[in-house]
Design a protein around this ligand. Structure first.
Ligand SMILES: [Zn+2]
Length: 128
């Protein structure tokens, strides 16, 4: 009989799925309205590209700058997820590896096993 009751309760719960509720009602809209756009305007991209010389702008602790010129990405210096805006001041060129590396510094590693083996930032460097 107990099993019967439990089954009925479970089935009832499945039959009536709860509508997606906000964890903090009233905050969702405010959050969205204040969030900056992820879109980087063409003018900003062009200016950043010229300023950084079409080269990854990552500078290591030993002050050597990355030499990578291929597969460059527009990096938010202050992360987009932390309200970083798509302005020339906040956008910088990064190669794929350094964009990933800096994202891991902020958000934590994607792949703990792989990153744990890494003792220094990846990349090829040259003196300024
Ligand atoms: Zn780089």
């Amino acid at each position: 009989m107990l099993i019967d009751k439990v089954e009925k309760t479970k089935l009832a719960a499945l039959a009536k799925p709860q509508p997606g509720r906000s964890i903090r009602p009233g905050t969702d809209k405010v959050h969205k309205a204040n969030f900056p756009s992820r879109y980087i305007p063409r003018e900003v991209e062009r200016e950043v590209w010229q300023r950084d010389g079409g080269q990854c702008a990552f500078v290591a602790l030993n002050e050597l700058r990355c030499r990578e010129r291929a597969f460059l990405e527009f990096h938010h210096v202050k992360p987009y997820a932390r309200m970083g805006r798509a302005t020339v001041a906040n956008i910088s060129l990064r190669c794929r590896r350094h964009n990933q590396y800096e994202a891991e510094l902020v958000f934590g590693p994607r792949n703990l096993g792989r990153v744990a083996e890494r003792s220094e930032p990846p990349g090829v460097f040259e003196s300024q």
